[in-house]
Structures are given as C-alpha cells and as structure tokens.
Design a protein around this ligand. Structure first.
Ligand SMILES: Nc1ncnc2c1ncn2[C@@H]1O[C@H](COP(=O)(O)OP(=O)(O)O)[C@@H](O)[C@H]1O
Ligand SMILES: [Mg+2]
Length: 461
C-alpha cells in the first residue's frame, strides 16, 4: 500500500520530536533512573510536544498537498470536459519545487483551454454555416442514425426529428437505396437522386465521409432545391421550340409558293398573288427576328437608354396619328385625350413611343371592327400615366398574368393571322422596367382591355 504524503510527514515529525526530546533529556543529565525519566511532568511535556509535532506535520503536509489536490481536481474536471481556473493556484504553492509543478500545470491548462476554444468556435462556426445553408444537409452515423440535420433539410423534405434514421428518411421519400452501397463507394463517387416534393424539384446527393485513417464513418446527404433551374431549363426548351416553330411556319409557305412559281405554268396574276404571300411571310420572319434581336439585347444588357425629359402628350398624340390608318382599316374610333396636362417624363423617348405603339396596335388587332380605342394621358399625385382603353375581345383572367411571357398568346392562330409575333408585350415590359415605370393590365372577356402605364418625372439616382 502506498503511503500518503500527509501521514508520512506527520510520522516523521512525531519521530523527530520524540528523538529530539529524548536526546535533550539525556543530555541535560537530569535522568538518573528510569523512574525520573517516566515522571508525570516529563510525560505531559512529551505529549504536548507530540501534539505540536502532529499539528505541525499536518500543517506542513497540508501546505504541500493543497496545490497537488487542486491540480488533481483540475485534471478530473478536464477529463469530465470542464476546465477550472488556475489563476490562484500559485498562491497556494509554498515550495519552489511545487512552483514548477504549478507552472507546468497552468501552462497545460492554458493550452487545453485554447484548443478547447478553437475547437468550440470551429464547431459553432460549422453549426452556424450548416443551419443557415439554403441546401439541406443530413449526416448519418455508421449505425444509420441521424447525427445532424439542418433546418433546410427538414423544410425541403418535409420531415422532422422523429425521422431519425437513414431507413425512415429514405422510406418517407420513396427512394430505393442501399446504405452500404453508399458507404463503400469508390473515391470521389457520389449517388444522386431526383425527387419532387410539394412542387419542388430536389436533387439529392449521397456521399460517404471518412475518419483521418480513411475508414468510413457515415454518410452525408445534401439536398438542393433545383426548381428554379428546372423551370429555367424548361423555359429555354420552350423558347427554342417556339422560335423554331414561328420561323418554320412562314418558311414552309415561302418554300411552297416559290417552288410553285419555279415549276412554271402560272398566269401572271397567280405569280403576283404568290409573290405577295412570299413577301408577307418574309416580312413576318423579319419582324420576328427583329423582335428576337431586341429581346436578346435586353438579355445581354446591351441596351443603353437614351433618357431625356420629354412631353408624353406629344408622343401619345404622335402614336395616335401614326396608327390612324390602321384603325381606320377596321373602322375603329381612335382618340387621344389629355385629362390633366402632365409634367414632362424622364425616359427613352423612342422606346416609350414603341411601347405605346405596341399597346395601341394590340387594341386595334384584338377589337372587333367598329370598336373604340382611347388613349388617355394625365397625371395624379405628380405621377404621369398613359391609359389605353379598348372595347375589344378582352383577355381571360387565367391568361392575364402570363401575358408578358415571351410567345404567350391567348389565341395563337388569331395572333398569327393579325401578324403578331407574341413578343410585343414582353418587349414592352422590358422597356418599362428599364425606364423605371410600371405597367398594369385589366381586362374582361368581350368587354375590353385597359392598359395603364406610369412613368417617372424625375431623374432617378
Ligand atoms: N388589347 C388586347 N385585347 C385582347 N387581347 C390582347 C390585348 N393585348 C394583348 N392581348 C393578348 O396578349 C397576347 C400577347 O400580346 P403581344 O405580346 O403584343 O403579342 P402579339 O400582339 O404579337 O400577339 C396577344 O396575343 C393577345 O392574345
Ligand atoms: Mg402585340
């Protein structure tokens, strides 16, 4: 059995006192026989010395063991994950040898504290990043338990804390996947799955993670919402299909009519009629390509607006004048009315003229013969507005919010017959946005349509 420092010091103090006492007694030659040696007074003095030795030993041993005890307590705390303060430890170390021990201990504690701090801040940084990521992240241990799941993962997959294993989550998502297959994937390989939950297109990637010694420790699942990119991809495909179709239709006519002309045996009148069709179709292609080029300039931000202060009344009246003949052809009554003389607007004059032309030409096209189209210009609360009102065929409510999409038309055949490309309103929207204006359409089927545009009157910083 090991001896404690305390008992050893007490023992040595007592032995020392006894030896010193006996030696003193002998040397003082008071001792003549054993009787005198064991006299009551001598024994009492011996007891008092022994008591003093015991207490002295206890005090000295305490002075030595106190910092050792503290260090021991500190070690225990470290092993339990707590760290104790070492600042006052030095005050208790009463011997230079202990000073060194306390110094080493303090140094060690400081190092542990620093490492702990680094580790904690690293951990909380990682946790903050994971929690605020738009992508969902779930980590599974080798025993297939969820060890981490961020909020995005729960939101995207519609799951909660109760789904706490790989199997529960995979079953809920209806994916067939083997955990071991992921765990033993070759280096840098992942498994991907695409699913749709609540109208969201999700891309899920499974990847194993390893310890330092490269043994598999679990699986990470990363969930990304790809709805927007799927939508964009579909829009792109739709756009290409639309462009091809729009170009193919006039091309087929041009090809057919020109081949007929080339085959000969046609009267002069027939040739003239077919040539007119070819010319009309070529014009349609020309318009389409011009519209596409304009949109592509918007897309690539190649448009530089020539903004200036100008009178919107002049522009609106000019448009009405230019469209007079087109309106007359359909027996429409086209009017331009200034309700309140508005201040000048700050925008690109030519582009705004194109906007009003487009809207008035739509009203002319989509109003039965003999209709009324009125362009109102005015201002309320220092806001300049242009209102184009017709009593035409109107737009069904379900089509209203798609009307600014490229190639979107309520009635394709009708639009084509009218020479429309289906790109007019998308160009209008780009111009209005680029000039800091607003556009709003109200419509009722068989009653008519009202397009309201507002434009800025001040230079926007
Ligand atoms: N004033 C209107 N009355 C009824 N329908 C309209 C009106 N303006 C636009 N539309 C509808 O919106 C669609 C898109 O208009 P637009 O982009 O100018 O294409 P386009 O005129 O070439 O067909 C038209 O095809 C038509 O169905
Ligand atoms: Mg149009």
């Amino acid at each position: 059995m090991k001896k404690s420092i305390k008992n050893s010091i007490r023992f040595f103090s007592i032995v020392l006192v006894v030896i010193v006492y006996i030696t003193t007694l002998i040397l003082s030659s008071n001792i003549t026989d054993i009787k005198t040696f064991l006299s009551v007074s001598n024994i009492i003095v011996l007891f008092i010395f022994l008591l003093i030795a015991f207490l002295g030993g206890t005090i000295i041993s305490n002075l030595i063991t106190f910092p050792i005890k503290k260090i021991e307590k500190g070690m225990k705390s470290v092993s339990e994950g707590k760290i104790i303060d070492t600042r006052h430890l030095k005050d208790y170390a009463n011997f230079s040898e202990l000073d060194e021990l306390v110094d080493s201990y303090t140094l060690m504690m400081e190092l542990i504290k620093k490492n702990n701090f680094d580790l904690n801040s690293q951990q909380s940084k990682t946790e903050i990043i994971l929690e605020h990521m738009a992508d969902g992240v779930i980590a599974f241990s080798i025993s297939r338990q969820v060890v981490h799941m961020n909020k995005s993962a729960m939101r995207l997959l519609g799951i909660g804390k109760q789904e706490d294993t790989f199997e529960k989550i995979i079953n809920k998502l209806n994916i067939k996947l083997d955990f071991d297959k992921i765990m033993y994937l070759p280096n840098y390989k992942t498994i991907e799955a695409k699913i749709t939950i609540a109208e969201n297109n999700l891309n899920i990637v499974f990847v194993p993670f390893f310890s330092d010694r490269l043994s598999p420790m679990g699986v990470i699942m990363v969930i990304r919402n790809i709805t927007e990119s799927v939508k964009l991809d579909n829009m792109r495909k739709e756009f290409v299909a639309n462009v091809s179709h729009e170009l193919k239709t006039p091309l087929t006519s041009i090809k057919g009519y020109s081949e007929t002309i080339m085959n000969g045996d046609l009267t002069y009148q027939e040739i003239a009629r077919f040539s007119k069709v070819i010319n009309q179709e070529a014009n349609r292609m020309d318009r389409l390509v011009a519209d596409l080029l304009q949109l592509s300039r918007f897309d690539y931000k190649k448009v530089s607006w020539k903004k200036m202060m100008f009178s919107i009344v002049d522009v609106a009246k000019g448009v009405c004048e230019k469209m007079k003949y087109a309106a007359k052809e359909k027996n429409h009554k086209l009017e331009c009315i200034v309700t309140v003389e508005p201040p000048n607007v700050y925008a690109d004059r030519d582009a705004i003229e194109q906007v009003i032309m487009n809207i008035v030409s739509n009203s002319i096209k989509y109003t039965k013969d003999g209709g009324t189209i009125t362009v109102y210009v005015g201002s309320i609360n220092n806001n300049v507005y242009i209102k184009v009102i017709d009593n035409g065929i109107g737009i069904p409510p379900q089509d209203l919010n798609r009307i600014f999409e490229r190639f979107y038309r309520v009635d394709k055949a009708r639009s084509r017959k009218m020479g429309g490309t289906g790109l007019g309103l998308s160009i209008v929207k780009e111009i209005i946005d680029g000039n800091n204006g607003t556009i709003d359409i109200k419509s009722e089927v068989n009653k008519g349509t009202e397009v309201i545009i507002t434009l800025p009157t001040k230079i926007k910083n």
